[in-house]
Design a protein around this ligand. Structure first.
Ligand code: OGA
Ligand code: MN
Length: 205
């Protein structure tokens, strides 16, 4: 593991321990972000992605007034090499926080995400009521030259304040899935990311 990455993981672990979230810029380099967004995975964009639902399985429903993003789940075994670079970093992240924060994360689930212009995701918690295997939410943003005036910020709610995170290319945000409510505000530009969760059980169980 190179020194910069190790330093990023240390900051991430400290942030999670101290405040329940961490923001790591340049988690992916500009080149790594370009490779992902120009790959077949994102090329057909909205045509190939599906409207995201809320709830799990039987409880699942599509509700535009709650969330308007489109997603495509990533199958790690057959992921494109450009996405594989990111997944490999997630594996290292899991091992690192397991050691430094005494967690027992075992797996992850991730999807590619597109928020069309003007879409949003209302305030919510990422852990399902009947399933608590999601422990940490991790989102990596893929939007080159994102301007503050374009909106699209992730707003994380804490007890007495909130924090806005703009979806800048290469930036990773990680937070406690069981604890921190958050929302995605509408943007004037399409907003791309890879969204995922670190699980304390294998995915699909
Ligand atoms: C989610 C979510 C935040 C973001 O997909 O559950 O809250 O910044 N995403 O995209
Ligand atoms: Mn969420």
């Amino acid at each position: 593991m190179d020194a910069v990455f190790e330093q990023q993981l240390n900051r991430l672990a400290d942030g999670l321990a101290d405040q329940g979230y961490a923001i790591i810029d340049s988690f992916l380099s500009d080149e790594q972000v370009s490779a992902i967004v120009s790959s077949d995975g994102f090329k057909n964009g909205l045509l190939q992605f599906k409207k995201a639902g809320i709830g799990k399985q039987h409880d699942k429903q599509i509700n535009e007034s709650i969330r308007g993003d489109y997603i495509e789940w990533i199958e790690p075994a057959s992921a494109l090499p450009s996405v594989g670079v990111y997944l490999h970093k997630l594996d290292e992240l899991i091992q690192f926080v397991n050691r430094s924060l005494y967690l027992s994360l075992k797996d992850y689930e991730v999807h590619q995400t597109i928020y069309p212009i003007g879409s949003f995701y209302k305030r919510h918690l990422d852990q399902f009521k009947k399933d608590d295997k999601r422990k940490l939410s991790v989102i990596c943003y893929l939007n080159q030259n994102w301007q503050t005036k374009e909106g699209g910020q992730l707003r994380i709610y804490m007890e007495t304040k909130s924090m806005d995170v703009f979806p800048v290319a290469g930036r990773l945000v990680c937070f406690r899935s069981d604890l921190l409510e958050h929302e995605v505000l509408p943007a004037t530009r399409e907003r791309l990311s890879i969204t995922g969760w670190l699980l304390d059980r294998p995915a699909g169980t």
